[in-house]
Design a protein around this ligand. Structure first.
Ligand code: NDP
Ligand code: 8X3
Length: 253
């Protein structure tokens, strides 16, 4: 195996689990996030557990110049990116439209939408020049159904859904696969971030049922990369068995 995967938001949750899953399969792994210490720890884990080759890229996906400088100056031997996983993202707050914080809205749009665009455009030349590559965008069930108090988070993930469709059309000529993966509720640091460290609110999201775990999502992400060159999973929604969609979750009391 001499393939390279580039994962944004690898310091936690799905991104970290994907780093493990792909490293286990022999991929060379580029890991990104803002928390440098966590990336250093993850690099050491991947090296010791799988003897993986790992390259750390610390940047904030919202900072266009930082994104471009970091990616354009990747060492030559790391530029052959086979799989890009646009995973970095977050929800900030869960508030009614007329009460939600503007800063929260901007953070979500800047990270989930603009960050994904910047990283994709910076990495794409490595794929188009080789006429090969696979871009995996992490959306959400929130992209499929808007829920109360989800306003801009849902909109940002609907944008990921639309951008994935657009990328797929426009990149056909370059033979690049584009897969959008939409998980339902998964217990990661997501809710602690959304509720700004309020553990009781975060825990309540996962009470009374078995949610998805990061490793479940990583398994599905990895699966989409194992298919023959002529087969592409375009759009994939996965939830835990207790959840049907954004509205229906069966909780044991
Ligand atoms: P986590 O909070 O566990 O992980 C989020 C990751 O994104 C972290 O590694 C964080 O790294 C990174 N990140 C956030 N902002 C930035 C930024 N500005 N620049 C670079 N990296 C950033 O959450 P999940 O693993 O659950 O979430 C991953 C993705 O999955 C997100 O896009 C989320 O919206 C989506 N999702 C989550 C679901 C869930 O229920 N958990 C369900 C459906 C989709 P750092 O803070 O170090 O920068
Ligand atoms: C995260 C899942 O249901 O909290 O995207 O929006 S949900």
């Amino acid at each position: 195996m001499n393939k390279t995967v580039f994962i944004t938001g690898a310091t936690s949750g799905f991104g970290k689990a994907c780093a493990h899953r792909f490293a286990k399969e022999g991929y060379r792994v580029i890991i990104n996030g803002r928390r440098a210490e966590r990336l250093t720890e993850l690099k050491e884990e991947l090296q010791s557990q799988y003897k993986a080759q790992v390259h750390v890229l610390v940047f904030d996906v919202r900072e266009k110049e930082e994104v471009y400088n970091s990616i354009q100056t990747l060492p030559q031997e790391w530029q052959q990116v086979d799989v890009l996983i646009n995973n970095a993202g977050l929800a900030a707050g869960r508030d009614l439209f007329d009460e939600a914080g503007m800063d929260d809205w901007e953070t979500m749009i800047d990270t989930n939408v603009k960050g994904l665009l910047y990283v994709s455009r910076a990495v794409l030349p490595f794929m188009t020049q080789r006429k090969s590559g696979h871009i995996i965008n992490i959306g959400s069930t929130a992209a499929k159904e808007v829920y109360e108090r989800g306003n801009v988070y849902c909109a940002s993930k609907a944008a990921v859904d639309s951008i994935s469709k657009a990328m797929r059309m426009d990149l056909l000529q370059h033979k690049i696969k584009v897969t959008a993966i939409h998980p339902g509720a998964a217990e990661t640091e997501f809710s602690m971030v959304r509720f700004k460290g309020d553990k009781s609110k975060a825990d309540a999201v996962y009470a009374g049922y078995t949610p998805l775990y990061a490793e479940d999502v990583a398994e599905v992400v990895y699966y989409t990369t194992t298919l023959p060159a002529h087969v592409c999973i375009n759009d994939l929604v996965l939830t835990c068995t207790a959840q049907a969609n954004s509205f229906y979750t069966y909780r044991e009391s």
